[in-house]
Design a protein around this ligand. Structure first.
Ligand SMILES: C[S@@+](CC[C@H](N)C(=O)[O-])C[C@H]1O[C@@H](n2cnc3c(N)ncnc32)[C@H](O)[C@@H]1O
Length: 212
Protein backbone atom coordinates (compact mmCIF):
# COMPACT_ATOMS: atom_id res chain seq x y z
CA UNK A 1 0.00 0.00 0.00
CA UNK A 2 1.22 3.51 -0.81
CA UNK A 3 0.17 6.32 1.50
CA UNK A 4 -0.26 9.72 -0.09
CA UNK A 5 0.84 12.67 2.05
CA UNK A 6 -0.43 16.21 1.67
CA UNK A 7 1.16 18.25 -1.08
CA UNK A 8 4.27 20.18 -0.11
CA UNK A 9 3.62 23.93 0.18
CA UNK A 10 5.78 24.61 -2.89
CA UNK A 11 4.00 22.79 -5.71
CA UNK A 12 3.71 24.26 -9.19
CA UNK A 13 2.04 22.76 -12.25
CA UNK A 14 4.63 21.08 -14.49
CA UNK A 15 4.99 22.60 -17.92
CA UNK A 16 3.40 20.40 -20.61
CA UNK A 17 6.34 18.33 -21.81
CA UNK A 18 5.62 14.67 -22.47
CA UNK A 19 2.39 12.72 -22.56
CA UNK A 20 1.51 9.04 -22.65
CA UNK A 21 2.58 8.82 -26.31
CA UNK A 22 6.15 9.98 -25.68
CA UNK A 23 8.58 7.32 -27.01
CA UNK A 24 10.40 7.10 -23.66
CA UNK A 25 7.13 6.11 -21.97
CA UNK A 26 7.05 2.87 -23.96
CA UNK A 27 10.68 2.09 -23.10
CA UNK A 28 10.02 2.90 -19.43
CA UNK A 29 7.12 0.45 -19.21
CA UNK A 30 8.92 -2.27 -21.11
CA UNK A 31 12.02 -2.06 -18.92
CA UNK A 32 9.95 -2.06 -15.71
CA UNK A 33 7.56 -4.85 -16.64
CA UNK A 34 8.91 -6.97 -19.50
CA UNK A 35 12.04 -8.34 -17.83
CA UNK A 36 15.47 -8.75 -19.34
CA UNK A 37 14.11 -9.11 -22.89
CA UNK A 38 13.29 -5.39 -22.94
CA UNK A 39 16.93 -4.33 -22.64
CA UNK A 40 19.94 -5.34 -24.69
CA UNK A 41 23.22 -3.91 -25.92
CA UNK A 42 21.62 -2.22 -28.91
CA UNK A 43 19.05 -0.43 -26.78
CA UNK A 44 21.70 0.52 -24.21
CA UNK A 45 23.88 1.98 -26.97
CA UNK A 46 20.98 3.97 -28.38
CA UNK A 47 19.99 5.42 -24.99
CA UNK A 48 23.61 6.21 -24.10
CA UNK A 49 24.02 8.02 -27.42
CA UNK A 50 20.81 9.99 -26.89
CA UNK A 51 21.94 11.26 -23.48
CA UNK A 52 25.56 11.79 -24.52
CA UNK A 53 24.24 14.11 -27.23
CA UNK A 54 22.14 16.08 -24.70
CA UNK A 55 24.77 16.17 -21.96
CA UNK A 56 26.30 19.60 -22.58
CA UNK A 57 22.96 21.40 -22.27
CA UNK A 58 21.36 19.09 -19.70
CA UNK A 59 21.99 21.07 -16.51
CA UNK A 60 20.92 24.36 -18.07
CA UNK A 61 17.74 22.86 -19.51
CA UNK A 62 16.67 20.27 -16.95
CA UNK A 63 18.13 21.01 -13.52
CA UNK A 64 16.58 23.66 -11.28
CA UNK A 65 15.55 24.39 -7.71
CA UNK A 66 11.90 23.69 -8.57
CA UNK A 67 12.81 20.28 -9.98
CA UNK A 68 14.93 19.54 -6.90
CA UNK A 69 11.98 20.10 -4.56
CA UNK A 70 10.62 16.54 -4.74
CA UNK A 71 14.05 15.15 -3.82
CA UNK A 72 14.40 17.52 -0.87
CA UNK A 73 10.85 16.77 0.29
CA UNK A 74 11.49 13.02 0.08
CA UNK A 75 14.47 13.48 2.40
CA UNK A 76 12.32 15.55 4.77
CA UNK A 77 9.15 13.44 4.83
CA UNK A 78 9.91 10.11 3.17
CA UNK A 79 11.23 8.30 6.23
CA UNK A 80 14.55 7.41 4.60
CA UNK A 81 17.85 6.58 6.27
CA UNK A 82 20.01 9.67 5.82
CA UNK A 83 22.84 8.09 7.83
CA UNK A 84 23.09 5.12 5.50
CA UNK A 85 24.86 4.48 2.22
CA UNK A 86 23.10 5.78 -0.90
CA UNK A 87 23.36 4.90 -4.57
CA UNK A 88 21.96 7.16 -7.27
CA UNK A 89 21.21 5.33 -10.52
CA UNK A 90 20.89 7.41 -13.69
CA UNK A 91 22.55 10.31 -11.94
CA UNK A 92 23.08 12.33 -15.11
CA UNK A 93 24.79 15.66 -14.58
CA UNK A 94 24.45 15.60 -10.79
CA UNK A 95 20.98 16.98 -9.98
CA UNK A 96 20.52 14.38 -7.25
CA UNK A 97 24.03 14.71 -5.84
CA UNK A 98 23.52 18.47 -5.54
CA UNK A 99 20.18 18.03 -3.74
CA UNK A 100 21.65 15.41 -1.40
CA UNK A 101 24.81 17.38 -0.65
CA UNK A 102 25.33 17.62 3.10
CA UNK A 103 22.16 15.59 3.80
CA UNK A 104 23.24 11.97 3.40
CA UNK A 105 26.17 10.14 4.86
CA UNK A 106 27.56 8.55 1.73
CA UNK A 107 26.62 8.58 -1.94
CA UNK A 108 27.82 6.87 -5.11
CA UNK A 109 26.46 8.06 -8.46
CA UNK A 110 26.22 5.97 -11.59
CA UNK A 111 25.05 6.48 -15.15
CA UNK A 112 25.23 4.81 -18.54
CA UNK A 113 26.24 7.95 -20.46
CA UNK A 114 29.87 9.04 -20.05
CA UNK A 115 29.14 12.59 -21.19
CA UNK A 116 26.36 13.04 -18.62
CA UNK A 117 28.79 11.98 -15.87
CA UNK A 118 31.49 14.24 -17.28
CA UNK A 119 29.12 17.21 -16.94
CA UNK A 120 28.41 16.45 -13.25
CA UNK A 121 30.33 18.45 -10.65
CA UNK A 122 33.47 16.65 -9.49
CA UNK A 123 33.91 16.12 -5.78
CA UNK A 124 30.27 15.65 -4.75
CA UNK A 125 30.27 11.87 -5.07
CA UNK A 126 32.18 9.13 -6.89
CA UNK A 127 30.84 8.72 -10.43
CA UNK A 128 30.68 5.25 -11.98
CA UNK A 129 29.84 4.61 -15.63
CA UNK A 130 27.70 1.50 -15.72
CA UNK A 131 24.48 0.01 -17.01
CA UNK A 132 21.70 -0.20 -14.40
CA UNK A 133 20.59 -3.53 -15.87
CA UNK A 134 23.72 -5.10 -14.38
CA UNK A 135 25.01 -2.98 -11.49
CA UNK A 136 28.62 -3.59 -10.37
CA UNK A 137 27.62 -3.59 -6.69
CA UNK A 138 27.14 -6.36 -4.14
CA UNK A 139 23.80 -7.72 -3.00
CA UNK A 140 22.40 -5.78 -0.01
CA UNK A 141 25.02 -3.02 -0.34
CA UNK A 142 22.87 0.12 -0.03
CA UNK A 143 20.37 1.60 2.41
CA UNK A 144 18.80 3.74 -0.29
CA UNK A 145 18.68 3.87 -4.08
CA UNK A 146 17.71 7.21 -5.62
CA UNK A 147 16.30 7.37 -9.15
CA UNK A 148 15.30 10.71 -10.65
CA UNK A 149 13.61 10.49 -14.05
CA UNK A 150 15.34 7.18 -14.61
CA UNK A 151 14.34 3.81 -16.05
CA UNK A 152 13.43 1.27 -13.36
CA UNK A 153 15.34 -2.01 -13.47
CA UNK A 154 13.38 -3.67 -10.66
CA UNK A 155 15.46 -6.78 -10.02
CA UNK A 156 18.74 -4.87 -9.80
CA UNK A 157 17.29 -2.23 -7.47
CA UNK A 158 15.93 -4.95 -5.19
CA UNK A 159 19.21 -6.86 -5.29
CA UNK A 160 21.50 -4.02 -4.21
CA UNK A 161 19.11 -2.70 -1.53
CA UNK A 162 19.43 -4.00 2.01
CA UNK A 163 16.31 -5.76 3.37
CA UNK A 164 15.21 -2.58 5.17
CA UNK A 165 16.41 -0.29 2.38
CA UNK A 166 14.35 2.24 0.44
CA UNK A 167 13.94 3.12 -3.19
CA UNK A 168 13.50 6.89 -3.59
CA UNK A 169 11.65 7.39 -6.87
CA UNK A 170 11.28 10.91 -8.30
CA UNK A 171 9.62 12.27 -11.43
CA UNK A 172 10.48 15.96 -11.47
CA UNK A 173 7.72 16.88 -13.95
CA UNK A 174 5.10 14.52 -12.53
CA UNK A 175 3.20 12.76 -15.31
CA UNK A 176 4.80 15.11 -17.85
CA UNK A 177 8.15 13.39 -17.24
CA UNK A 178 9.17 11.34 -20.32
CA UNK A 179 10.49 8.52 -18.09
CA UNK A 180 7.38 8.38 -15.92
CA UNK A 181 5.98 5.64 -13.73
CA UNK A 182 3.39 6.37 -11.03
CA UNK A 183 4.20 5.06 -7.53
CA UNK A 184 1.77 2.12 -7.67
CA UNK A 185 3.38 0.92 -10.90
CA UNK A 186 6.83 1.18 -9.33
CA UNK A 187 5.64 -0.96 -6.41
CA UNK A 188 4.01 -3.45 -8.78
CA UNK A 189 7.17 -3.78 -10.88
CA UNK A 190 9.46 -4.49 -7.92
CA UNK A 191 9.81 -8.19 -6.95
CA UNK A 192 7.78 -9.13 -3.86
CA UNK A 193 5.61 -6.79 -1.85
CA UNK A 194 6.55 -3.17 -1.29
CA UNK A 195 4.86 -0.34 0.54
CA UNK A 196 5.60 3.32 0.93
CA UNK A 197 4.73 6.96 0.88
CA UNK A 198 4.30 9.54 -1.86
CA UNK A 199 3.66 13.27 -2.18
CA UNK A 200 3.74 16.04 -4.73
CA UNK A 201 6.42 18.71 -4.36
CA UNK A 202 7.74 21.36 -6.73
CA UNK A 203 6.74 20.44 -10.28
CA UNK A 204 6.80 16.69 -9.61
CA UNK A 205 6.38 13.95 -7.04
CA UNK A 206 8.41 11.53 -5.00
CA UNK A 207 7.73 8.07 -3.64
CA UNK A 208 9.75 6.13 -1.11
CA UNK A 209 9.24 2.37 -1.17
CA UNK A 210 10.51 -0.42 1.03
CA UNK A 211 9.75 -4.11 1.42
CA UNK A 212 6.48 -4.79 3.22
C1 LIG B 1 16.21 11.74 -17.97
S1 LIG B 1 17.90 11.62 -17.54
C2 LIG B 1 17.88 12.08 -15.84
C3 LIG B 1 19.21 12.52 -15.31
C4 LIG B 1 19.19 13.02 -13.87
N1 LIG B 1 18.72 12.01 -12.97
C5 LIG B 1 18.34 14.25 -13.77
O1 LIG B 1 17.23 14.17 -13.24
O2 LIG B 1 18.80 15.32 -14.20
C6 LIG B 1 18.10 9.86 -17.46
C7 LIG B 1 19.50 9.42 -17.12
O3 LIG B 1 19.51 8.01 -16.96
C8 LIG B 1 20.64 7.50 -17.63
N2 LIG B 1 20.35 6.11 -18.00
C9 LIG B 1 19.46 5.67 -18.91
N3 LIG B 1 19.48 4.33 -18.99
C10 LIG B 1 20.43 3.93 -18.09
C11 LIG B 1 20.93 2.66 -17.71
N4 LIG B 1 20.49 1.52 -18.26
N5 LIG B 1 21.88 2.61 -16.75
C12 LIG B 1 22.34 3.74 -16.17
N6 LIG B 1 21.92 4.98 -16.51
C13 LIG B 1 20.98 5.06 -17.46
C14 LIG B 1 20.85 8.41 -18.81
O4 LIG B 1 22.15 8.34 -19.32
C15 LIG B 1 20.52 9.76 -18.20
O5 LIG B 1 21.64 10.38 -17.62
Amino acid sequence: MITELADADNIVAPEPFAGPDHPMRKVTNQVAFDGSGAWDGARAGKIAGLFNDMADGWTAGHVSDVRARPVVDALDRGNVNLDGSWLEVGSGTGAGAMALQGRVNSLVCCDLAAEMLANAPAGLAPRVRTDASCLPFADNQFDAVLMINMLLFPDEVARVLRPQGSLVWVNTLGDQTPIHLPPNDVAAALPGEWHGTTARAGSGFWATLSRA
